[in-house]
Each structure stands twice: as structure tokens, then as C-alpha cells.
Write a protein that binds this ligand. Structure first.
Ligand SMILES: [Mg+2]
Length: 243
């Protein structure tokens, strides 16, 4: 049994577009200060109106969590659909967990987002810092699917230091979506590992994992669940209840 861990931002969800859209409305008179292109790991450098991380986090996690994280779109190639497909095919034999970094009201917005997009996984852990992604209240993963070079590097360091031997092939998938250049990360110096793959989408990682575990696939009961479009009024109520 393998524990397969899936990140949300930059893997399933594209919050950069909804973030940028909101900033351009809320800071209409300071739009020309935005420095492009940028990567998701240094947003504070590209949006000087927040004067650093504290102001940025207040805006993202306290003032506009539902607008930014709750109403964000998915990345290309139907990532949530592919997650559900993988769980349907392998869930009887392997364990799946979502481990995502979030703070404050951003956590409620993330749970809302997963439900809104029809995600069937119930094993969800929201951690305060990227550094808590490997060791926390959740199980230590055998395989991670991440867009953070930092997390992948830390995970592989643990793998090497502890001499974990895997029968599962690739242990870390680094998702670097080709069609969303805004999400390019800073590419931490990742040691060349034979158990490490760069993929262009979450779907590519899923296809690879399904190939590795093909002998475990028993029944395909996959049914596509479409995005649950909550009525605007419900969105408003949820938002107000958090204010
Ligand atoms: Mg991420």
C-alpha cells in the first residue's frame, strides 16, 4: 500500500489568475506598479502595494480568501477529474491524501473549492507552512505530487537520508504547467534523483502512477463529477459568515 500525497495550488488549482484579477480591481489606481512576469513564490515582489508578506497574507487569507482561493479555476487538463479517476481505480489498494498549505480563512475557502469542483477525496490536511508538508498530522507519503521545488527537495533529502527504499518507482512529481507561465516556480536546486520526474500537468503524473500500479487496477467505476456551481447567494452567505 502506497500513500500518495497531492498538493492543491499549482497542481490542481490556479489561484494566480483570480488573485491578479482581484488586485487589479481593488488597487485600480496602482495597477502599473505590478511587475510581470512573476512566479507564485515571490508574489510579494511583483505586487508592491502589499509592502511584503504580512500585507499580502492579510489580503489573501483574511480579506479575499473566497474571491481568490474559493472562486479560483482549475489548472488545464481536468486535474480534479483525474484525481477522482485515480482514486476510483486505485483507492481500494492505496491511500490518497491532499496536503495543502493555507492560513486563516483560506482554509475554509480551500475546503469549499475542493467541494465545489467535485473532489471526492475526504483525506484533506491543510498545513500552515510548506515546511510541514512532509511531516505533520498526516501520514508520511511514499509519493508526492507537488509544484514546490522546495517541498520536493526536502522530501527527496529525507528519502536519501533515511535510505527509504521504494518499490514504487517515481517518488516525487514536480508539476510545472507549460500553459501557465505565471506559475513557473523558482526552481530550487533539486538533486538529480532517479525517483524524481518533472511533469507538465497533474494528469501526466496520474497517467504515470496508473501505469506503475496497473496490476492493482480492479474495477473502473469512474464517473465524472462536474463542478458544483453554488448559487451566488450561497457564496455570499458563506463569505459573510466568515466576516
Ligand atoms: Mg503548491
Amino acid at each position: 500500500m502506497a500513500v500518495i500525497q497531492i498538493d492543491v495550488d499549482g497542481v490542481l488549482r490556479n489561484f494566480i489568475e483570480s488573485f491578479d484579477k482581484n488586485v487589479r480591481v481593488d488597487f485600480e489606481d496602482r495597477v502599473d506598479e505590478i511587475i510581470l512576469p512573476f512566479d507564485s513564490w515571490s508574489i510579494h515582489d511583483s505586487y508592491p502595494m502589499f509592502s511584503g508578506n504580512a500585507g499580502l497574507h492579510k489580503y489573501m487569507y483574511d480579506e479575499k480568501p473566497f474571491e481568490i482561493f474559493g472562486r479560483a479555476g482549475q489548472l488545464p487538463h481536468d486535474p480534479v477529474g483525474n484525481l477522482n479517476r485515480m482514486i476510483n481505480l486505485l483507492g481500494h489498494k492505496h491511500r490518497f491524501q491532499i496536503v495543502s498549505q493555507s492560513k486563516g480563512k483560506g482554509k475554509a475557502a480551500s475546503m469549499y473549492w475542493l467541494g465545489r469542483h467535485g473532489c471526492t477525496i475526504s483525506n484533506v490536511h491543510l498545513v500552515e507552512d510548506q515546511a510541514d508538508k512532509i511531516f505533520g498530522e498526516h501520514e508520511v507519503p511514499d509519493i508526492i505530487i507537488e509544484d514546490s521545488g522546495f517541498v520536493v527537495k526536502e522530501f527527496l533529502r529525507e528519502v536519501v537520508d533515511n535510505g527509504w527504499v521504494t518499490p514504487y518507482g517515481t517518488m516525487a512529481y514536480l508539476v510545472k504547467p507549460e500553459s501557465t507561465p505565471l506559475l513557473e516556480n523558482t526552481g530550487h536546486d533539486i538533486p538529480k534523483q532517479k525517483h524524481f520526474k518533472v511533469v507538465n500537468s497533474f494528469k501526466e503524473a496520474v497517467d504515470d502512477i496508473l501505469e506503475v500500479f496497473k496490476d492493482d487496477i480492479e474495477v473502473e467505476a469512474y464517473e465524472k463529477i462536474s463542478v458544483l456551481e453554488a448559487p451566488t447567494e450561497v457564496d455570499k452567505l458563506i463569505k459573510e459568515s466568515n466576516e
